[in-house]
Design a binder for this molecule. Structure first.
Ligand SMILES: Nc1ncnc2c1ncn2[C@@H]1O[C@H](COP(=O)(O)OP(=O)(O)OP(=O)(O)O)[C@@H](O)[C@H]1O
Ligand SMILES: CC(C)(CO)[C@@H](O)C(=O)[O-]
Ligand code: BAL
Length: 286
């Protein structure tokens, strides 16, 4: 069945008031792929009804980023939502979300300025601002985000904790191509040659995870060996960062250490910024 499509606050309020039972919510920027669909299936298992938002949020894009060329594929997105049994799609315009230039926004704090936040200044402030607005508008019981954007997920959990938001946050596992490349709406920018180079990101994470029992230095060495080779490929992978961080705070892990960690990587192939990460247990066989 086709989902109810709400484009305005009033349409959303009316559709929301007709939903009975619990509601799970999957916020997206559209250009839906199997990663999004797996979050929708998780949402379906978590609640009586499922809502999806489709909104390319200008606030989280830097001036030199790809806001204008970000893929917008609403008709096929709606078909995908229908096939997954989504009940409600909220697809506001920019003017609906931001009727005037916002004066009060969310400040993501120190965690918003490191790792991906250092590569994309202001990104996490804009992301948290729109997520808070979406949560206030949709009022879900549970909101589901992909682990592919691990720092985003950690920051949303922190916002919910710090601001006492009445919502449960759940993470969904990263869906990958057969060669390991994490699905991402931005993958469609890649030429076949760039696509081949991009696969080095997940290969590096895999190599790092395989060395987890030997500690942080071994993890970074193993991943860097793969990335160094990709840096000389044609076209090359231009590394933005490779970091081993605490899963909750995203602060760097160094020296001998055991326990959970996230190995996160970001790089550019051509003009396309791609990110990926893997969770691992340092100092333990996995
Ligand atoms: N491969 C994936 N597996 C699982 N979840 C994913 C995957 N890719 C994205 N998501 C999640 O889907 C939600 C919407 O993300 P978004 O619409 O930005 O897609 P995206 O593929 O991450 O796009 P982008 O190319 O902009 O990074 C986020 O919670 C994101 O973490
Ligand atoms: C959470 C989100 C929908 C906010 O715009 C976006 O950052 C995304 O798609 O991951
Ligand atoms: N996938 C996270 C949203 C962004 O890249 O802006």
């Amino acid at each position: 069945m086709t989902p109810v499509v709400a484009r305005t606050r009033q349409e959303l309020a009316e559709a929301r008031s007709r939903i009975e039972g619990t509601l799970a919510f999957v916020p997206t920027m559209g250009a839906l792929h199997d990663g999004h669909l797996s979050l929708m299936r998780q949402a379906r298992r978590s609640a009586d009804a499922v809502a999806v938002s489709i909104f390319v949020n200008p606030l989280q894009f830097g001036p030199d980023e790809d806001f204008d060329r970000y893929p917008r594929t609403f008709d096929t997105d709606l078909e995908a939502c229908a096939a997954e049994g989504v009940d409600l799609v909220f697809a506001p315009t920019r003017d609906v979300m931001y009727p005037s230039e916002p004066q009060v926004t969310v400040k993501s704090g120190p965690m918003g300025e490191i790792v991906e936040g250092a590569a994309r200044p202001g990104h996490f402030d804009g992301m948290l601002t729109v997520v808070l607005k979406l949560l206030n508008l949709v009022r879900p019981d549970v909101a589901i985000f992909g682990e592919k954007d691990a720092q985003q997920l950690a920051m949303i959990r922190r916002m919910v904790f710090d601001l006492d938001l009445p919502v449960e946050v759940a993470g969904g596992p990263t869906v990958r191509e057969p060669d390991g490349l994490a699905l991402s709406s931005r993958n469609r920018y890649l030429s076949p040659d760039e696509r081949r180079t991009a696969a080095a990101l997940s290969r590096a994470l895999h190599a790092g995870a395989d060395a987890a029992a030997d500690g942080p230095e071994a993890v970074l060495d193993a991943a860097n060996t793969v990335l160094d080779k990709a840096a000389t490929a044609d076209p090359p992978l231009v590394l933005d960062y490779l970091v081993l961080v605490d899963p909750t705070t995203f602060t760097t892990i160094s020296g001998p250490r055991t326990g959970p960690a996230v190995l996160a990587v970001a790089g550019r192939v051509g003009a396309t910024h791609l990110i990926d990460n893997v969770s691992l247990q340092l100092g333990k066989e996995h």
